[in-house]
Design a protein around this ligand. Structure first.
Ligand SMILES: [Zn+2]
Ligand SMILES: [Zn+2]
Length: 311
């Protein structure tokens, strides 16, 4: 069996095929030059495919995984429902099913029917929906815990949950869904806080090879972590718990929180290593590493099993 490796990728990316300001080849080139191993171009309601070039323009990385941001406004109005299809084999037509839950469900189903996995995008964009709707939707694999768009409202507001709180609520409702960090990049020329620039959020997938099957399979089964700048040098996740090591940054302090049902903090520690040994009655456990300068990393939840009382 070949060695497991970590592969860096962004799964939410726009180009001139929808409302991005650079063409697909140049977008892929930006990600290649910045060390990404794979990339999902996710134009609105459009499957942007990229050949691998010829002669000197041929490239091996990033691996291009087909994608689309299936995008619809309910009744053409104020509620945008955006769901990424990752690994789809054909374009997915968006469905307006009349209400939030039915529309989320119909588009998740359409993505799965097209051979992809569904990633629920930016719930707080225009405050479209939250955990109450999402907890009623089945079959979605991924949920954004970070989105780099300046109007994504990642951190919530008074009376409005953050993405991380939405994720905990959906997990607490018994849905198995994994958290992704994404760029939602649109702007490749002007780098300012008000633009939607590449390089803000990504995933690190553990796989034994850089192929579409291995990457999509790793995303679908939670063999990855999400990051906005914190790198992990070791990550072990099992029903027994989570252990991790953090790559050191100069004069930066790292705090790791282990979170369980209802968003309850089960344990917290500071330093470059953190470990949580499951007791067994947690319904799930996940880790968030926050650095003193802002960036974070999120591991995926593990689901401890209640152990027998007698060994
Ligand atoms: Zn969107
Ligand atoms: Zn988008």
């Amino acid at each position: 069996m070949s060695e497991q490796q970590w592969y860096k990728g962004n799964i939410h990316t726009h180009t001139t095929e929808s409302d991005g300001d650079e063409d697909p080849h140049k977008v892929a080139s930006w990600y290649r030059r910045h060390g990404y191993d794979f990339l999902v171009l996710s134009d609105h309601n459009h499957l942007t495919l990229l050949g691998y070039g010829t002669g000197r323009r041929r490239f091996r990385k990033p691996l291009m995984v087909p994608g689309e941001e299936v995008s619809v406004r309910i009744d053409g109005g104020a509620t945008p429902i955006h769901i990424n299809g990752v690994g789809i084999s054909r374009v997915v037509e968006p469905v307006d099913a009349g209400d939030v839950v039915s529309t989320l469900q119909a588009n998740v189903d359409a993505i799965v029917a097209a051979g992809g996995i569904a990633s629920i995008n930016h719930p707080n964009y225009e405050w479209a929906f939250d955990h109450r709707a999402l907890s009623r939707v089945e079959g979605a694999s991924l949920l954004e815990v970070f989105n780099g768009h300046p109007r994504a409202n990642v951190f919530g507001a008074p009376g409005r949950p953050s993405y991380e709180q939405i994720w905990d609520s959906v997990l607490s409702a018994g849905r198995v869904i994994f958290g992704v960090a994404t760029d939602d990049s649109h702007n490749y020329h002007d780098f300012t806080p008000g633009h939607s620039n590449p390089g803000r959020g990504w995933v690190m997938v553990e796989a034994d090879e850089l192929t579409q099957d291995a990457i999509v399979g790793g995303l679908a089964t939670g063999r990855f972590y999400a990051s906005t700048g914190v790198a992990l040098t070791r990550l072990e996740c099992s029903a027994d718990g989570i252990a991790l090591e953090i790559e050191e940054g100069l004069h930066i302090v790292y705090t790791t929180q282990f979170t369980g049902k209802g968003g309850e903090v089960l344990a917290e520690s500071t330093g470059l290593t953190a470990e949580y040994e499951a007791v067994g009655d947690e319904e799930y456990v996940r880790a968030t590493v926050v650095s003193s300068s802002g960036p974070s990393a999120w591991t995926q939840p593990v689901f401890p099993a209640v152990r027998d009382a007698v060994d």
